[in-house]
Design a protein around this ligand. Structure first.
Ligand code: 5GP
Length: 205
């Protein structure tokens, strides 16, 4: 396409802990070039294996609140007693350069993005059943039953927000779920609104 750079698309993926979202997202990155993952800011401590600047920017509560005051966040939310937020500048720069940006954020953040960017694509990912979700959470063996019950109760609340989303991906097998996400992104590329400039230039409308 000639002329102006086409704006990138903003994609949100939400889903309960245990939906397998992170694994599917990794596979989507492997298969689709030009997709930028927005590294969020959080006040929760890093888990083993997590690197600062790669998985999250790990910062203190005080610093997070300072950044809120400076209007640094596109959206932010509190989740399980910690702050999580998306940096505004990187996302806006990437979109302006025509890069697609993917946000892995929870439901309150997704609602904020929907208001700010009505054209964003919102995808919710779930495991094949609630029983499977419970099984996956228990299979991790890293948390006690009270924590697991808390996660299941939260997931139930999050499921109530599904009607706000555009697409629902059911993650039974990682490859199939990744193919569905890739198909959604491809369909968004083909929308008339994303391609109308091409026609205008082609026939000098
Ligand atoms: P975790 O602590 O397991 O990495 O993430 C907890 C939840 O926070 C997940 O649902 C994840 O999608 C969400 N999350 C991660 N980054 C952000 C963010 O920048 N904003 C919002 N609103 N949620 C986020």
């Amino acid at each position: 396409m000639k002329g102006n750079v086409k704006r990138g698309q903003l994609v949100v993926i939400s889903g309960p802990s245990g939906s397998g979202k992170s694994t599917v997202i990794k596979e989507v990155y492997r298969q689709r070039s030009g997709l930028h993952f927005s590294v969020s800011y959080t006040t929760r401590p890093p888990r083993p294996g997590e690197e600062n600047g790669v998985h999250y920017h790990f910062i203190s509560r005080e610093r997070f609140e300072e950044l809120i005051g400076q209007g640094m966040f596109l959206e932010y939310a509190q989740y399980q007693g910690n702050y999580y937020g998306t940096g505004r500048d990187v996302v806006e720069d990437m979109l302006a350069k025509g890069q697609d940006v993917l946000l892995d954020i929870e439901v309150q953040g997704a609602a904020s993005v929907r208001k700010l960017f009505p054209e964003a694509t919102l995808i919710f990912m779930i495991p094949p059943s609630f029983a499977e979700l419970a099984r996956r959470l228990r299979g991790r063996n890293s948390e006690d039953e009270t924590v697991i019950q808390g996660r299941l109760a939260r997931a139930r609340e999050e499921y109530k927000q599904i009607p706000m989303y555009d697409y629902l991906v059911i993650n039974d097998k990682i490859d199939d779920a990744a193919s569905e996400v890739l198909a959604i992104l491809k369909a968004q590329d083909c929308r008339v609104s994303a391609r109308i400039d091409f026609i205008k230039e082609d026939i000098s409308l």
